[in-house]
Design a protein around this ligand. Structure first.
Ligand code: ADP
Ligand code: MG
Length: 342
């Protein structure tokens, strides 16, 4: 069978079935942002890993090695944050082609270490091998969360508000412009002044995981389910829906999209809504919370981190599926499509 016949998540589901063993110590396993394992009376060990492959996740023509290191670290921290935890220790594996110099590798490490310094984790090991062509970086990051603070993808309840931090789609808008700037096509389009896309460029090149916001939500104890937006809003709400056994309605007009994303989309003849729904790598948080608790949680996050929180929809019974409601009230099925590896 070809991989494209079942796709990334079909494959993961099959692998999960093959290796699954009931284990009382495993509180969350395959299917969440990170695995959670009971290691002491009150605390859980969190474990996550993400691999970045040249040509799939990054392009050395549009970003520096430092930025690639930064993004590799952020992808992992964001998964620990999505469980409500804090990162601790990282193992870093690198597959190096001849085209990367010693100084280049050090640059990658400086990028990762900058995240480690800012967000308080340490690199304590890894593996180094050669690669025939492409650069690959894989990080395995551990973290910790109190058992009562753990937030999984599986706890959403009918009637919960669906909320998102910050803005969506910026990362893909930035990437689209960076690709354009690096391609021959640039002569065909009138240039968009740099200052009109600098913030979305930075969203792509140097994203910031919502670690503090996630910790505040976990401490608050009201959030039922959470995920980080790494695959696009539609795909990631889809994970909450599937793991929680519920449906969801997303209100298109409530999805927070910044003015630069709109401007870039207009310039390129693309859709900012598509960037938000299917683009990914925004590293914002999507969470579900009872309606009575929304205002308090949003105010606390805004007060302590300045990050806005938007209510973008509601959790519905499973039979309703996932729907996107337009400003005129038209309801369309929302396909949980994000980036397709296969
Ligand atoms: P995220 O986007 O949050 O990093 P992924 O979509 O990469 O999560 O993975 C979804 C879930 O599947 C996670 O729990 C992850 O640990 C698990 N998973 C992904 N690939 C594999 C694999 N090859 N073997 C076992 N588990 C996997
Ligand atoms: Mg994730």
């Amino acid at each position: 069978m070809k991989l494209e016949q079942i796709g990334e998540f079909g494959l993961i589901a099959r692998l999960k079935e093959r290796v699954y063993r009931p284990d009382q110590q495993v509180v969350a396993g395959i299917g969440d942002d990170a695995a959670a394992v009971r290691v002491s009376l009150h605390n859980l060990l969190l474990l996550t890993t993400d691999v970045l492959v040249e040509g799939v996740h990054f392009d050395r023509r549009i970003q520096s090695l430092w930025q690639i290191g930064w993004r590799a670290a952020v992808a992992n921290v964001s998964d620990i944050a999505a469980m409500g935890g804090l990162p601790h220790y990282a193992l870093v594996s690198i597959c190096l082609p001849e085209t990367v110099s010693v100084e280049g590798v050090e640059e990658i490490y400086d990028g990762m270490d900058a995240v480690a310094d800012e967000l308080n984790f340490r690199i304590i090991g890894g593996d180094t091998v050669s690669s025939p062509r492409d650069l690959m970086i894989s990080i395995c990051l551990s973290g910790e969360v109190g058992e009562k603070s753990l937030i999984t993808r599986g706890g959403a309840q009918v009637g919960d508000c669906i909320c998102v931090t910050g803005e969506l789609g910026g990362s893909q808008a930035g990437l689209a412009m960076l690709k354009l700037a690096a391609s021959d096509q640039k002569r065909k389009l009138s240039p968009l002044p740099k200052n009109e896309w600098s913030s979305v460029r930075d969203r792509y090149l140097q994203p910031r995981p919502r670690l503090r916001e996630a910790s505040l939500l976990a401490q608050g104890g009201m959030v039922h389910a959470m995920i980080d937006v790494s695959d696009g809003l539609a795909g990631d709400v889809g994970h909450i829906v599937r793991e929680s056994g519920v449906g969801a309605e997303i209100l298109e007009e409530k999805i927070p999209i910044g003015s630069q994303s709109h401007r870039v989309a207009r310039h390129l003849g693309l859709s900012a809504m598509d960037f938000a729904l299917h683009g990914g790598e925004d590293y914002e948080l999507v969470f579900t919370i009872p309606p009575d608790d929304v205002q308090g949680a949003a105010e606390r996050i805004r007060r302590e981190t300045k990050t806005p929180v938007s209510v973008i929809g509601e959790i519905l019974p499973a039979q309703e599926g996932m729907v996107l409601t337009s400003p005129s009230g038209e309801r369309k099925p929302l396909l949980a499509e994000g980036y397709r590896h296969f």
